[in-house]
Ligand binder design. Structure first.
Ligand SMILES: Cc1cc2nc3c(=O)[nH]c(=O)nc-3n(C[C@H](O)[C@H](O)[C@H](O)COP(=O)(O)OP(=O)(O)OC[C@H]3O[C@@H](n4cnc5c(N)ncnc54)[C@H](O)[C@@H]3O)c2cc1C
Length: 429
């Protein structure tokens, strides 16, 4: 830590990744400044399903009560309908003391985290836009920016953390290298509806579409549609019609949604890049979407951001506290981050292709539905509770298909199921 700096760490961006990182660092006595160009509460383009492992982290950090007190409905029961009558209906498995998914509005969730960062002792500066990083040689030493309408100021610290999202200024200024980058696969539209009866979470897989329905705050229901990016140019002419027609492919969903009333505008975005960035260098680090961004179809970004904040803050505390050289701690953090997210990233890319469910996949899913415990495990793998790379294995295919068919056919089917699963085209949302 440099005594001359007023802050040990500056975090750029105060939403889920930034506020959580600032809170965790400040709770350990690190002097943190966290800035954001917006003020809170503030909405953002995000349909905000927080998966069970993300809920478990909020619980561990003592923040869950604030979301439930604000009336965020917990969801344990979930129904995945892959078409032609094949439905997986079950409950999310428990993880880390939590067993429900939550869909808190970002106006609520991000504010809860910002408040928690402030309470932990972090200085939070809202309406403060960062315009550049300051450097000495190749080391980042701080940043320049200004409050709305105010003069430009310089702030310095031992470490600047970019939690500034997928278009991260910090990553750009630090020239963070990109890898595992893949083209945009899907675009997403979602809105909020009043008076739509739902009894839990609903997920639908149709060729070229993934649909998700989850209850959120204020008795509203969030309804999300993903479609292939190749359709975007055509869909632009009538985005609302395109969105509603997708719901009509999902049993009575279109009818149920139309029987309610739309409470907010339909938000649509094709801005869904898929990429990893090298997450650290001399005097800088990245967290959340700034470090790894992926298609929204798997609804994993916020849960990953909380895990990333957890891992990064532990590395920074070890580094700044002198237990390890900071660079070494950040190097280990990099490997740990990539190990944790790689399987879900690959799985998400396959989901985002929105391909049809093949007959082999249907056979596998039909076998899964015959066993409630297996159905729950499958839904857990989709939600990232069990890492997909640990669930979608040859062993799982044999376990699930084995009793139903002869030995030779089991082996053959297991091999093809593995291939089919490796291409898993069923939506995880
Ligand atoms: C359509 C859609 C649906 C999604 N649905 C889900 C879902 O259901 N579940 C899920 O887990 N994830 C979902 N995601 C992904 C999720 O929204 C992101 O993963 C998550 O918001 C990343 O959080 P973050 O804190 O890293 O970045 P962000 O939320 O992007 O926050 C970055 C912050 O940095 C600030 N900032 C940027 N530049 C500057 C600057 N120069 N100066 C000061 N401040 C700056 C911004 O104002 C912003 O507040 C969805 C994404 C999309 C696009």
């Amino acid at each position: 830590m440099r005594a001359a700096d007023r802050h040990d760490v500056i975090v750029v961006g105060a939403r889920i990744a930034g506020a959580a990182t600032a809170m965790l660092l400040a709770r350990q006595g690190v002097r943190v400044l966290v800035v954001d160009r917006v003020s809170f509460p503030s909405d953002t383009i995000s349909s905000h399903q927080l998966q069970v492992p993300g809920v478990a982290r909020l619980r561990q950090w003592g923040l869950l009560g604030r979301l439930t007190a604000a009336g965020t409905p917990p969801v344990r029961q979930v129904r995945l309908d892959v078409g032609d009558g094949l439905v997986l209906d079950g409950q999310f498995p428990a993880y880390g003391g939590a067993d429900t998914l939550l869909s808190p509005r970002r106006t609520l969730l991000d504010s809860v985290l910002v408040d928690a960062a402030r309470e932990a002792g972090a200085e939070v500066r809202e309406n403060f836009r960062v315009t550049q990083l300051t450097t000495a040689g190749d080391r980042v030493t701080g940043l320049r920016g200004s409050a709305r309408g105010g003069p430009a100021v310089t702030e310095t610290a031992s470490l600047v953390i970019g939690a500034d999202g997928k278009r991260s200024l910090v990553a750009g200024a630090a020239r963070a290298r990109r890898y595992r980058e893949r083209p945009v696969r899907s675009f997403a539209s979602y809105s909020y509806w009043a008076g739509v009866p739902v009894s839990g979470g609903e997920l639908y897989q149709r060729p070229g579409r993934a649909v998700a329905v989850f209850p959120t705050n204020d008795d509203l229901t969030m309804v999300y549609v993903a479609a292939r990016m190749t359709e975007f140019a055509l869909a632009r002419a009538d985005l609302e019609g395109h969105y509603l027609r997708a719901l009509d492919l999902c049993g009575d969903l279109g009818e149920r949604v139309r029987s309610g009333s739309r409470a907010e505008r339909i938000r649509t975005t094709p801005d869904q890049p898929n990429a990893f960035r090298w997450p650290y260098g001399p005097g800088w680090a990245l967290v959340g979407d700034a470090g790894v961004v992926m298609d929204s179809v798997s609804a994993q970004g916020m849960t990953s951001a909380l895990r990333d904040a957890d891992y990064l803050s532990a590395a920074v505390i070890a580094g700044l506290g002198g237990r390890r050289p900071l660079d070494a701690a950040l190097r280990d953090h990099h490997s740990r981050r990539d190990r944790a997210i790689r399987g879900m990233y690959d799985f998400t890319l396959r989901l985002a292709a929105l391909g049809p469910v093949t007959s082999r996949e249907r056979r596998f899913l039909a076998a899964v539905t015959a066993d409630q415990h297996e159905t729950d495990r499958f839904l857990g793998a989709f939600a990232g509770i069990v890492p997909p790379e640990q669930y979608f294995t040859l062993g799982a295919a044999v376990r699930i298909l084995g009793p139903r068919i002869s030995r030779d056919r089991t082996a053959a089917l297991a091999r093809s199921s593995e291939r089919a699963l490796a291409r898993a085209k069923v939506s995880a949302r």
